[in-house]
Design a protein around this ligand. Structure first.
Ligand SMILES: [Mg+2]
Length: 143
């Protein structure tokens, strides 16, 4: 028998658009998702948070990742984490406006767990986040 995790996993959102950050927070609230959400505004900031070992930024197991961002975009961020033994196992869901096949190919070659195309209406976005929550609640992750 397994012991359920008592502390909900931290989720890292990497997103440069403040409205999109607000929408994710809103969708979390609407779905009663209590996981701590930490936000980085680009890939570089996200890497710094992940590598800081600061109690302020508990190590997440799940990343929600935008692709088009200044300083370091999502694909470059994925390349970095997949080469880092400490971060390689992160479960990453892309949430992007990019419908480019090359982005989808790159993302899946870098082992993303999913690729979600924006924009969605708020209702559909809330439903999408609910589906993600069901998925990561169902799955077992290493401690
Ligand atoms: Mg963006």
């Amino acid at each position: 028998m397994s012991i359920p995790n008592s502390i909900p996993m931290t989720i890292l959102l990497v997103e440069d658009d403040e409205v999109d950050v607000m929408n994710v927070k809103r969708a979390f609230k609407k779905n009663n998702i209590s996981n701590q959400l930490i936000v980085a505004s680009n890939g570089l900031d996200a890497l710094a948070m992940l590598r800081s070992n600061s109690p302020e930024y508990p190590r997440p197991k799940i990343v929600l990742l935008d692709l088009n961002m200044p300083k370091m975009g999502g694909i470059e961020f994925l390349k970095e984490i997949r080469q880092d033994p400490e971060l390689a196992s992160l479960s990453v869901f892309v949430m992007t406006t990019s419908n480019e096949d090359s982005d989808k190919i790159d993302a899946f070659n870098l082992n993303v767990a999913g690729y979600i195309l924006k924009p969605l209406s708020m209702d559909r976005f809330i439903a999408a986040v609910s589906t993600l929550n069901s998925y990561w609640t169902l799955c077992e992750y290493p401690q």
